[in-house]
Design a protein around this ligand. Structure first.
Ligand code: G4P
Ligand code: NA
Ligand code: NA
Length: 191
């Protein structure tokens, strides 16, 4: 998606060979117009898939997921992160480890908001090793619902996430695919 790639080039800050900071439009300040365009692009890519629900994880996935859900005219559910959990039977729980942030969270969704006949589109802001997306997919499958696909705003294609998700049989649609952050420069995979 050209407008996103332009924004990454003009405002993204390469912190290291593996981490891109995009606080000016995605992770701290948000660009509503770009967010809207991204939601429309995800909705376009999954237009034929009869999506009944969009699922993301707090916090930075919520904005692009909400714009997608708005365009598809379906509800958005965001999974919550908790450090550790007293089990409650109405909650679906998956443990997710973040390599980037070196924390492990119990990620939860209430059974009230996912049902076995849901066809779920998972959305997230970044794809690194794919732990978050896999956790959301396992939550979806725990209730017997179907994962229609996974939409990612920024995929770091040099990390393992995309490969892992595709190997597991999921469709992955990324709006920007980064081949390398080497030498403080962002190289995209051209599609
Ligand atoms: P994974 O989900 O693909 O396995 O990635 P990982 O565990 O490494 O990601 C952990 C957190 O770090 C996620 O945010 C993810 O969005 C974010 N992240 C990963 N790589 C980058 C990067 O290069 N740049 C930025 N800005 N973020 C990155 P989170 O913990 O869920 O936090 P939140 O921001 O959504 O609240
Ligand atoms: Na995220
Ligand atoms: Na994030």
């Amino acid at each position: 998606m050209k407008s996103l790639k332009d924004k990454i080039v003009s405002e993204g800050i390469v912190l290291s060979d593996t981490v891109l900071k995009v606080d000016s439009f995605l992770n701290h300040q948000m660009d509503p117009q770009l967010m809207k365009e991204m939601g429309e692009e995800f909705a376009r890519r999954f237009a034929e898939d009869k999506i009944t629900k969009v699922l993301t994880i707090e916090s930075s996935g919520i904005a692009p997921a909400l714009m997608t859900a708005l365009t598809l005219n379906v509800p958005l559910v965001f999974a919550r992160k908790q450090k550790s959990l007293t089990l409650r039977e109405d909650l679906i729980v998956e443990r997710v480890h973040s390599f980037t942030k070196e924390v492990t969270n119990d990620v939860t969704v209430s059974r009230k908001y996912l049902s076995p006949d849901d066809n779920v589109l998972i959305i997230d802001d970044f794809l690194a090793v794919g732990e978050a997306a896999q956790g959301l997919a396992r939550i979806t499958e725990q209730v017997g619902a179907k994962v229609a696909g996974i939409g990612i705003v920024i995929e770091k294609s040099f990390q393992t996430g995309r490969h892992t998700l595709i190997e597991a049989g999921y469709r992955v649609e990324s709006l920007a695919r980064i081949a390398s952050l080497h030498d403080s420069s962002v190289q995209f995979i051209e599609e």
